[in-house]
Write a protein that binds this ligand. Structure first.
Ligand code: PLP
Length: 438
């Protein structure tokens, strides 16, 4: 296992202390976080039993400052798709840092051009032009601006439970839980999967429909077969753009490079946050079909951001794309996903009644339990046993399970063993509670 040596890094003073934080006392650091950063967040983390501070991290595991080890099946929604500190990405990052810095976002850039070219080769049809941002929210902002600028329309249609970020426009598209202040009337939310509501909402005043293919924060509800066909038809009829956000489900998570491939739908705009960062460096992208570039030809500087598409980030994202497109990568994800699905089916056979539904594809799972807060109950039971996963915040009856895509068969077996033990505890406890209530 790789050991991490702070003393090799030439920094002084408090910066050095921050790097050498692994020797810090966990309780002291949590106290410092509460005192100077956010007491509210510490309280919330405590309620969820996530009140620890990650220290060492390596591959699929993290250790807190007290030395407790967790398999990371949260993967921060895709940031850690390739595990923590993946060696190939680290090497690319080191090489980039040795040669250059962020770059100047107003100027042209070779790493940005190379990354955009690579994406256009990896995306279908004429999805050709790209913008790079620092977050999923930023690239979704960019997509919404494109749709509005191109059409001259304001309305954005989204689906209940989808999440696109917590910034100005994306907060409006993400709906109730995320909005501070009033919802802008131009943002229309329809029930997820409701074809009638969709047909009523998408009209000749709609600039775009923005959606996830398999809504992550909504517990990975699987879309009905005809859903995307109809969405695309309605967008084409009304002249609205279809923006598909692949942040949690793209880059190999579902056993394909892009999850939308499974539904034979070509979006007008694709956005991806999290995964391109390769665990190390914030970068996200938004790619649109060639004809839609008309708007940016008229207003090429309409969306700028100092750190967006930094030269270093582009090198990291290129290294991520190299790794996930290597021969055998998707087959590995599919095989590990099938192994995990078999494990969950066996758990359900042995402890019937607790799991209501397992949804998923590739190494993406939503485990729905028998009550409204079941996702939190399961994540707590897993955490106690050294597995980090989180309830779907827009559907807390479900726990999201996203093991890193580099997980091997032995890792999957370990994950299944933890889930078995956790679900056994919950099934027995809920069974006892039902007996007492009867
Ligand atoms: C599907 C999806 N889109 C966008 C975002 C926002 O990304 P970021 O947190 O990088 O702004 C998220 C974050 O969880 C997400 O899950």
């Amino acid at each position: 296992m790789r050991t991490w040596r702070a003393e090799q890094i030439q920094v002084d003073g408090v910066a050095r202390q921050a790097i050498d934080y692994q020797s810090r006392d966990q309780a002291e650091m949590i106290g410092m976080f509460a005192r100077y950063m956010s007491p509210g967040k510490v309280t919330a983390m405590r309620q969820l039993h996530y009140d620890f501070i990650p220290g060492r991290r390596d591959g699929i595991r993290i250790w807190d400052l007290d030395g407790n080890c967790f398999i990371n099946c949260r993967s921060s929604g895709g940031v850690f798709n390739l595990g923590h500190c993946p060696p190939r990405i680290r090497a690319a990052l080191h090489a980039a840092i040795d040669r250059f810095d962020l770059g100047d976002h107003i100027l042209l850039s070779a790493p940005r051009a190379l990354l955009a070219k690579r994406l256009s080769e990896l995306l279908p049809s004429d999805l050709q032009y790209s913008f790079f941002g620092t977050s999923g929210a930023e690239v979704n902002e960019h997509a919404i601006k494109l749709a509005r600028g191109l059409s001259g329309r304001q309305e954005i249609v989204s689906m209940h439970g989808d999440y696109f970020g917590a910034s100005g426009l994306t907060m409006q598209a993400s709906g109730g839980n995320w909005i501070v202040g009033n919802r802008d009337a131009a943002f229309k939310e329809i029930p997820n999967g409701d074809l009638e509501a969709l047909a009523a909402a998408v009209t000749d005043t709609t600039a775009a429909v923005i959606m996830e293919t398999i809504p992550a924060t909504y517990g990975f509800l699987m879309p009905r077969r005809d859903w995307f066909v109809r969405v695309k038809e309605l967008c084409e009829q009304s002249g609205a753009l279809l923006i598909i956000d692949e942040t949690q489900v793209g880059l190999g998570r579902t056993g394909r490079l892009w999850s939308f491939e499974a539904w034979d739908v070509i979006p007008d705009v694709v956005t991806v946050g999290k995964g391109p960062a390769g665990s190390y460096y914030p970068i996200a992208f938004c790619t649109w079909r060639a004809p839609h570039d008309r708007f940016f030809r008229e207003r090429p500087l309409v969306h700028t951001s100092s750190f967006a598409g930094s030269d270093i980030g582009c090198v990291v994202a290129l290294a991520v794309l190299d790794q996930v497109t290597e021969p055998g990568f998707f087959e590995h994800v599919q095989a590990m996903g099938a192994r995990l699905a078999d494990g969950l089916a066996a758990i359900d056979r042995d402890y019937p009644g607790w799991i209501v539904e397992v949804r998923g594809r590739g190494l993406l799972f939503g485990i729905e339990g028998p009550h409204e807060q079941a996702g939190f109950a399961l994540s707590r039971a897993c955490l106690k046993r050294g597995l980090l996963a989180i309830a779907a915040l827009n559907r807390p009856s479900t726990m999201q399970l996203m093991p890193p895509l580099i997980s091997e068969a032995a890792d999957i077996d370990e994950i299944v063993a933890v889930l078995r033990d956790a679900i056994k505890e919950l099934a027995e406890r809920d069974g006892r509670a039902r007996m007492h209530a009867a």
